[in-house]
Design a protein around this ligand. Structure first.
Ligand code: XIL
Length: 420
């Protein structure tokens, strides 16, 4: 599902101005989804009592009333620490949401294309390159003076099947797949040139235990495919910093394997400049210690760290999987989607504390952390409304569905302004 659809869907959730300034009881139209002014029902009785209590007590602690997001900027507040980035969707880059575009320009100084640089967006059919989305994104980022973090060259998701197929159903050879990767990078280098400052060369190659995932890239090229990709990228993008990007980098097995890979590459002259630690955090996991240890491990291996896709998931986990594996899916249920109408203040406060705690860790490691990129402009744009369960209402970012700054945003600005 595209981020554009997510944004559209979120706009349908309705908005009640008075929701933020009057007690909920006085606002009969709050939460109206269809313009009728009728408050939608909370749905079927929810099985878990604590969730039910929180939903019914919904009194919203989300919006900030006395802060103007156009006057204060996260990027400016953290200018002495690191860049503040954001994933920009196709709709925003192509001018379909002026208010969100203005927020991006005001708050962030680095941009990652949420989908526009992925293989399927650029070369969905072999040899037919479509740079329309990429061009729109680059024009947008450059017009606002933002640095560009390219995402992503080698990944087993959002890549068309033909990349791994040989004519007549034969097994593709290592040489043939490397040649396809070479041709893809060559086209990107010719078209995008030096406009990309960072490139995610390989995305999500390791499992939590630190072994290579069983992907077509690994099966066809062999276990040195990461190295081959970095060597190619080094030739085609000499001016860009080269990044290995993954989720759950706080898992000791994955963390240690990635740090070891960095040391090995450096020892053998394979250029790697940064680790992208996606930072798809849950409200209660991983621990702050684990986050700090992971940043330190990569810093000690000699690369900068980019917190590359940050969000804070406030919904109940849909599975045991703590990562951000796109292939994980679960069915929609009331239990998994408890905050359809609004986020209870108690949960909002926990999320606010989590944002503040995580940023404190990043600032403590600012010699290593070069950027913190949020995976979306506002709650309505977040992929977490549709992964791992399609159609949930999540609250994982710093601006709400009406693009108003949250208390968490205010807390982060104040923390930065108070720090020496
Ligand atoms: C997500 C996008 O946000 C969605 O719009 C898209 O439908 C699926 O991919 N890890 C990554 C990102 O590296 O590319 C993913 O982005 C989120 C997880």
């Amino acid at each position: 599902m595209s981020a554009d659809f997510v944004a559209l869907a979120s706009k349908r959730q309705g908005f009640c101005l008075f929701r933020w300034v009057l007690p909920l009881a006085l606002c009969a139209a709050c939460g109206s989804d269809d313009g009728s002014g009728r408050r939608p029902s909370l749905g079927p009785a929810l099985p878990s009592t604590d969730v039910e209590t929180e939903s019914l007590a919904c009194d919203d602690g989300l919006a900030v009333l006395d802060f103007d997001a156009t006057e204060r900027s996260l990027a400016e507040a953290y200018a002495d620490d690191f860049k503040i980035g954001v994933a920009v969707s196709r709709g925003i880059a192509s001018g379909r949401d002026d208010a969100a575009a203005a927020l991006v320009a005001a708050q962030y100084n680095r941009a990652t294309p949420e989908n526009a640089f992925k293989w399927q967006s650029i070369q969905n059919v072999e040899g037919e390159f479509d740079f329309s989305q990429a061009d729109a994104f680059l024009d947008f980022a450059e017009s606002h003076g933002m640095e560009v973090h390219g995402h992503t060259l080698v990944w087993h998701q959002q890549v068309p099947g033909w990349v791994f197929e040989a004519p007549g159903g034969q097994t593709l050879t290592r040489e043939a797949l490397l040649a396809r990767l070479d041709a893809h990078m060559a086209a990107l280098a010719t078209h995008l040139g030096a406009r990309v400052q960072y490139w995610d060369v390989v995305n999500e190659a390791f499992n939590d235990q630190g072994q290579l995932n069983d992907t077509p890239w690994r099966r066809i090229i062999g276990p040195d495919y990461i190295e081959q990709a970095f060597l190619l990228a080094g030739r085609y993008f000499p001016q860009a910093k080269l990044v290995y990007n993954d989720f759950s980098m706080e898992q000791p097995g994955k963390r240690d394997a990635v740090a070891q890979m960095v040391r090995d590459f450096k020892a053998r002259g394979v250029r790697i400049d940064a680790i992208g630690s996606q930072g798809h955090f849950r409200i209660d996991a991983p621990s702050l210690d684990a986050v700090a240890q992971s940043i330190e491990a990569f810093g000690e291996a000699g690369v900068e760290v980019l917190i590359s896709e940050m969000d804070v998931d406030v919904l109940p986990p849909a599975s045991d999987s703590q990562g951000a594996d796109l292939s994980v899916n679960a069915a929609l249920s009331a239990r998994l989607n408890p905050y359809v109408d609004c986020l209870p203040a108690a949960v909002s406060e926990r999320a606010t504390a989590r944002w503040a705690d995580l940023f404190e860790v990043f600032v403590q490691h600012r010699e290593t952390v070069a950027s913190v990129t949020l995976w979306g402009v506002s709650d309505g744009y977040s992929w977490l409304n549709n992964w791992p369960v399609n159609g949930r209402t999540n609250y994982p970012l710093l601006f709400d569905r009406e693009l108003r700054p949250k208390v968490a945003w205010q807390r982060l600005i104040e923390a930065a302004e108070a720090s020496p």
